[in-house]
Design a protein around this ligand. Structure first.
Ligand SMILES: [Zn+2]
Length: 117
């Protein structure tokens, strides 16, 4: 099966890029290395569990979240990540979603403190 015929979606919250709609982007599998994979999950602000399972070949992060210096073209012409590359680039929408998430957590904490007093 070729890369372009697979259904590829980006798993970063607030990023709705897909291979079908953005064929010029590359979609990267999560790393096999457990430590590195956990770093990716932490950086994209997701938790592995009931609502987020990482499956090789169907859970991806799109190339927009990586520095261009971390991406190279292999001999077979496929875009690949350099070993140890981490997703670091997030759009304003993603940042806004993160700020909202932090605000909600703070609010919960304040309510919690208030109940305790
Ligand atoms: Zn993305």
């Amino acid at each position: 099966m070729t890369e372009s015929s697979r259904r590829c979606y980006c798993s970063v919250p607030a990023c709705s890029n897909s291979k079908q709609r953005h064929p010029y982007l590359s979609f990267h599998d999560f790393p096999k290395d457990e430590g590195l994979r956990k770093s990716w999950v932490r950086l994209i602000r997701r938790d592995e569990g009931l609502f987020f399972n990482i499956l090789r070949g169907s859970t991806h992060v799109c190339s927009l979240h990586f520095d261009s210096a971390d991406i190279y073209v292999s001999k077979s012409g496929r875009k690949r990540l350099k070993p140890g590359a981490l997703p670091r680039r997030f759009t304003i929408t993603t940042v806004r979603a993160l700020i909202l998430q932090v605000c909600m957590q703070l609010q919960r904490l304040v309510i919690h403190q208030y109940i305790r007093l």
